[in-house]
Ligand binder design. Structure first.
Ligand SMILES: [Zn+2]
Length: 182
């Protein structure tokens, strides 16, 4: 079953720095497949392995005509030039908040076969590459906000239906019947 449950804010795996991939085997290829299927099913612009409960440094992305994956990514270039715009996360469903990010980045890593890969991104792809790399360090986009924006975001988070009852860990199936948050 390739489509996996997406972990939500409150799940400790989202706050755990992920381990580097050391073996480029079938298991890794299955993980990339699961990430891709789950991302496309959601749908989302990107998905990092911790979001499906796997603490490894892998993510997939799907922005405009750029779709792919990256293993052990490193942001080798981040422009000083910034962009400002709305950002969301499948682990915080239904919530979008404005966030400043570098306008252009270069991410280096490997594909699932262990070949070196470099991805240059601007605008939405640059935002996505920064967001997904952050996930692998246990960092969420709400952590990157300045104080006023963060305060507003936390207020909205408290009111999010999926965050009610103080549940520290909430799991939903991507196939759960009608999801009002998308
Ligand atoms: Zn995210």
């Amino acid at each position: 079953m390739p489509v996996q449950e997406i972990r939500l804010l409150g799940d400790p795996v989202l706050r755990t720095p992920a381990a580097p991939v050391t073996t480029f085997d079938k298991e890794l290829r299955n993980l990339v497949r699961d990430l891709r299927e789950t991302m496309l099913d959601a749908p989302g612009a990107g998905l990092a392995a911790p979001q499906i409960g796997v603490s490894l440094r892998v993510f997939t992305y799907d922005v405009d005509d750029a779709e792919g994956h990256l293993v052990n990514p490193v942001l080798v270039t981040m422009s000083e030039e910034q962009q400002d715009g709305d950002e969301g996360c499948l682990s915080l469903p239904g919530l979008n908040f404005p966030l400043k990010r570098s306008a252009n980045v270069v991410a280096a890593g490997f594909n699932m076969y262990g070949d070196p890969v470099t991805i240059e991104g601007s605008e939405v792809l640059a935002r996505c590459l920064q967001h997904e790399t952050d996930h692998l360090d246990g960092v969420l986009f709400i952590d990157r906000m300045d104080t006023p924006r963060r305060r507003a975001a936390l207020r909205a988070l408290r009111e999010a239906p999926w965050a009610q009852d103080g549940a520290p860990r909430v799991k939903i199936s991507p196939h759960a019947a009608p999801n009002p948050f998308r």
